[in-house]
Ligand binder design. Structure first.
Ligand code: ATP
Ligand code: MG
Length: 569
């Protein structure tokens, strides 16, 4: 075991959240011999989402802060829903977020023998019994918070009979659902979780690690605290819905712990995000029914989806830091996350030119076969980032929206007779419009002022508008995927009467098949590269991208247009 003892000092550090304060106080008090060991306990029944990232930042973060360690423990107690695909994805996502568990990778299934042994002991001591009722019957006897439950007719079985039945349950003699092992605590307890909670149920599906060794599997409440104990965890940090479970956590831990060491559960508020759902069950439904392209669909609130979309670990961590940890539930605005993403991408993204909806412009006074290169700054926010060259020629593409035949006042882009600067290149003037038989604009005829390139006498000449552009001859075709919120309802989870699938935003994905990008973009489209398509947004190559068919995801637009739309109705 590595040394995770913390040296106590007498000055409480400033700026701690309430969980960190609790941990700090325990360390100060010398609890558990001054050891700090947390754990992150995902169930491998789905991919991690941004809510899990909040738990990860807490579990690993507090350990880092006070020189402790954090275990990764897969809570693999239900073989029906779990899969190694999820185990691998979870590992990758935690690493990507920037955390490492070293060699401390554990599985609840590692403790099945010890848990079984404890169950046998509790049976022998008259603290657990086998119930032959169905789960429906058991649920019906639970009572309500104000009404005591009803004792099971099997509650007074002898330890011998209980032990015999439990061993036979595990030998596979009985059908799934025909019997459970329950703790014999108090059917009248104020805490519903104390009303003879189920400890074990029969499951015959093979387990991804233990195969067919076990036919009985522990319930969360019988596995979690004890697993913490077996592993040496000192602080078991989880979300608020486990507050009512805490007495039961302590009840089972009491069967094992002594005064020298005992794990302690502390709870904080879940992360809930607007315009999405966080339930793994719902996310799995979206995947299974093909309503998204997979767990890593860039619209998903999963870590893998956000990675594919182009979010950075730094921005996710910054966002989680901003919302903080409290003792009450709240709904967090996705705009805050997007703000953190923009902030980070603004610092690191390479500025390039791409035209999503191209309109051809011919510069009639520019020689037919002439080519020049202009120099573009890679990132004005980063003096180290350098420059790259971009080709210029007689035919270019500009954004269709950047031209209006009959512009309103204050339209500072291109219009008949108007002048604009082509970003990093010349000033051009629109002389004429070419239309097809249906009256659609197919081309603009412009002239350029040859004196206005950087370094020339007219370089400083000011015009109101600056447009992005690409050279038609040199531009590469690319597919561009534009994402919007996955749901068009702010809090889908708060609409219990509606099927969540009905609240999906039908326009959450828009595909632009033939965008035009400068060659540099395609040449540098390695996975994970962050671009700012100037005036358009932040983009990253999608995992579907190939050199022949480049595909880019829009991570986020440059500005939060959504907020404006909302405000203006
Ligand atoms: P399940 O319904 O499958 O239990 P879960 O989201 O609780 O789903 P787990 O794999 O059990 O998934 O979660 C692992 C850890 O992540 C737990 O400690 C849990 O408290 C925490 N966690 C899960 N969802 C959130 C969330 N939205 N915000 C913060 N922490 C979360
Ligand atoms: Mg859970």
């Amino acid at each position: 075991m590595c040394d995770n003892t913390v040296n106590p000092d007498n000055n409480t550090p400033k700026g701690l959240n309430f969980v960190e304060e609790e941990v700090y106080n325990d360390l100060q008090a010398g609890k558990n011999g001054g050891r700090l060991n947390t754990r992150f306990p995902p169930e491998p029944n789905g991919y991690l989402h941004i809510g899990h990232a909040k738990a990860i930042c807490m579990d690993f973060g507090v350990a880092e802060k006070f020189g402790g360690t954090c275990n990764l423990r897969f809570d693999d107690t239900n073989p029906v829903k779990e899969d190694v695909e999820y185990v691998d994805a979870i590992r990758e996502d935690i690493h990507w977020l920037g955390f490492d568990w070293g060699d401390r990778e554990y599985y609840a299934s590692d403790y099945f023998p010890q848990l079984f042994e404890l169950a046998v002991r509790l049976i022998k001591e008259g603290k657990a019994y086998v119930d032959d009722q169905t789960s429906e019957e058991i649920a019906a006897q639970k009572g309500t918070p104000t009404q005591p439950g009803i004792e099971s007719p099997y509650r007074s079985r002898t330890p011998e009979e209980n032990l015999d039945l439990f061993l036979r349950m595990n030998a596979g003699e009985f059908e799934e659902g025909s019997r459970v092992l329950r703790a014999k605590i108090d059917m009248a307890s104020d805490n519903m979780h104390f009303r003879d909670p189920i400890m074990y149920r029969i499951i015959k599906t093979p387990h991804h690690r233990t195969g067919t060794t076990w036919k009985v599997y522990p319930m969360y409440d019988f596995a979690h605290g004890q697993s913490d104990y077996f592993e040496g965890v000192t602080h078991s940090i989880c979300t608020l819905e486990f507050v009512p479970h805490r007495p039961l956590y302590n009840y089972f831990v009491d069967e094992l712990a002594d005064e020298t060491y005992r794990p302690r559960q502390i709870e904080f508020n879940r992360l809930n995000l607007t315009y999405t759902v966080m339930s793994k069950r719902k996310l799995l439904t979206l995947v299974k029914e093909g309503l998204v392209a997979g767990w890593d669909d860039p619209r998903m609130p999963t870590i893998s989806g956000m990675r594919r979309r182009g979010f950075t670990p730094a921005s996710i961590r910054k966002f989680i830091d901003t919302i903080g940890y409290t003792r009450y539930e709240a709904l967090n605005s996705v705009s805050l996350l997007e703000h953190a993403v923009r902030d980070d991408l603004n610092r690191i993204a390479t500025r390039v030119m791409a035209v999503l909806n191209p309109l051809k412009v011919t510069i009639v006074n520019y020689p037919e076969d002439k080519e020049e290169t202009v120099t573009m700054e890679n990132n004005p926010e980063d003096p180290e980032s350098g420059v790259h060259e971009m080709p210029f020629s007689r035919e270019i593409f500009i954004e269709r929206d950047d031209f209006m035949e009959n512009p309103p006042k204050k339209f500072f882009r291109l219009a008949p007779g108007a002048e604009v600067r082509l970003k990093g290149a010349y000033i051009i003037k629109c002389e004429d419009i070419v239309k097809d038989a249906d009256g659609n604009i197919t081309e603009l005829l412009c002239t350029y002022d040859p004196d206005t390139l950087s370094g020339m006498p007219g370089a400083a000449r000011k015009v109101k508008g600056t447009l992005h552009w690409v050279s038609a001859r040199h531009a590469k075709d690319a597919e561009v995927r534009l994402y919007d919120r996955l749901f068009d309802v702010e809090n889908p989870a708060a609409e219990p009467d509606r099927d969540f699938r009905e609240m999906l935003n039908p326009d959450s994905l828009r595909v632009v098949e033939h965008a035009k990008v400068e060659p540099f973009v395609v040449e540098n489209a390695t996975p994970g590269t962050k671009f700012q398509f100037q005036r358009v947004g932040y983009f990253t190559p999608d995992t579907d991208s190939t050199p022949e068919t480049p595909v880019f995801n829009r991570t986020i637009a440059l500005k939060d247009t959504w907020e404006k739309v909302q405000k203006n109705g």
